[in-house]
Write a protein that binds this ligand. Sequence first.
Ligand code: COA
Ligand code: AMP
Length: 628
Amino acid sequence: MTTTYSHDYQQSLAAPEDFWAEQAKLLAWKKFPQQILSQNERGFYRWYADGELNTAHLALDFHVEQGRGEQAALIYDSPVTQQKQSFTYRELRDEVALFAGVLQSKGVEKGDRVIIYMPMIPQTLIAMLACARLGAIHSVVFGGFAAHELAIRIDDAQPKLILTATCGIEVQRIVPYLPIVKAAIAEAEHKPEAAIVYQRPQLPDQLEGSPSFDWDKLRAVATPAPITWVKAGDPLYILYTSGTTGKPKGIVRDHGGHAVALKYSMDMIYGVKPGEVYWAASDVGWVVGHSYIVYGPLLHGCTTVMFEGKPIKTPDPGTFWRVIGEHKVNVFFTAPTAIRAIRKEDPQAEYKKQYPTPSLRALFLAGERCDVSTYEWVKSVLEVPVIDHWWQTESGWPMIANMTGYGFDKTKPGSAGKAVCGFDIRALSGNAAIQGPNQEGAICIKLPLPPSCLPTLWRNDDRFERGYLSRFPGWYLSGDGGYVDEDGYIFITGRIDDVINVAGHRLSTAEMEEVIAAHPAVAECAVIGVADELRGQVPIGLVVLQEGVRITEETIAKELIQSVRETVGPVAYFKKVFVADRLPKTRSGKILRKIMRCIADRAPYSPPSTIENPVVLDEIKALLLAPS
Ligand code: COA
Ligand code: AMP
């Protein structure tokens, strides 16, 4: 049956239950749901509540049963260790079942949480799928986060086990993980029963202070675990993401809605077919890694690529093109920052000539705003459609895109495309009026959100309601600003809260402020994200020192940079601190962060009428714009 984007889009909004019931039929359910959409006692929407299935079964066993057993499921390519390894669907299924047996032998059952703090190696993907096979809930923590961040997540998720490896590898720097895990367990109030440690040859190491087991030794004596069927609404994972406070938000993802939406997205957004090769150059610590390194490609019967390296320096800016050429990647996904990094090192794309990429059909970009110049450059280098698309950890899949499965629509530079089927996306004014074409507002989505979107926050319904639903009743507040043009193309202009985006990584300035404020010499502080050519944004700190404190600017800056690195993690990329006499505020004491950001970015701004003392803005301007 042929259909069009506009037909399906209208259908998906006019009759969402029918639309998503049809999509659900494409999966092999243990029990097909009778209730397609329902609401719980708090009025939160649920998809497929009474359906039963298992995501790991759909991602692996199902394909083996359907005759896909000998096809490559996973290709691991690691320029930092000079290793490449391929797993067929059968091999991956067997590894996952065996590791599920390991977890079971350590008491992991349906509903238990398991934290995974691991680098980009196949064992990480195997661990995630093994949790899913048992109905246990994984929570992957990105390796660039430090011990305190890991501790916060341990306390919130209360895992039974932690799965980790001895190290990560950052270009040539070995990052020992076990001291971080040890410090996190020591800081957390909740103590996991044990850790399972994967020994990497680059750094043999032992976890001190907590019970721990050797990954391979357990695996050697394990028996494969059978599939545990779960309800569609049971959580598959919790993924923590930055919010506007010091405490990250535990985004919950369910089994059923997630599987339906991801399968649909592989087909209708990315336009890939089962058997094709799909590569998302992200990290499994982020939502892109969850959805499009692990679950999406496997649910769809594709070959996924897991890449342990960077776009540059591992070993050169041709590494992405090599991987695409060598593994015959059909559709590729990365962040604009990665392309900017490659362009900076290889502006004439000399390396591209060494690595032809005839298999490639399209490049998808997301994670941050894509500037037009980067977009044009990469389009001319790859000579395939380059497609910006917008989504969030909260949705788990794209909400604005060019749905290439319906045929490639024209793109408008600067726009992430049109609303994806199922999403009624509008810009709302402060008083909840739908803005007209090209009028900027808060980007919101009419409820109910389609499948895969967060049903709630982990054990925190109140924060879910407060943070997303209460500002505009009947709408989901995305936290981004933007506008919709007269043709339905949506332009995202940036966050309207204090979340920042550094090299495609979502970070909270409030978390960094908490660390800075804890320094005894600091009276008050603000962290703002300022524009950066390579990373999109970088955080900078402005601090006012306590009266009478004698410390040089250089020393305080060094100490604060070090403590953000040790507390939040190197990924925060917090490298610059300014010491100010005072910070601009409203008369009620609210620090004017947005205005300071405009000053730093040399963007226009108008001070609010409630400003306490306009002179402070001139002082900040002199400080931030002084030649360095
Ligand atoms: N474990 C430990 N440390 C990590 C880490 C990890 N998993 N990931 C990053 N870091 C460290 C880096 O080593 C670096 O440390 P440094 O300050 O000592 O150099 C710091 O965190 C910042 O990391 P990063 O932003 O990756 O900087 P980089 O200079 O190494 O690389 C880019 C720059 C642009 C190449 C890189 O940021 C990139 O590829 N970005 C794309 C991100 C992406 O794909 N996001 C996907 C979300 S959709
Ligand atoms: P994360 O939850 O880490 O995926 O980050 C989501 C945030 O990244 C969004 O709220 C946006 O601010 C930003 N983002 C993601 N994709 C895009 C895009 N294509 N264009 C603009 N911003 C984006």
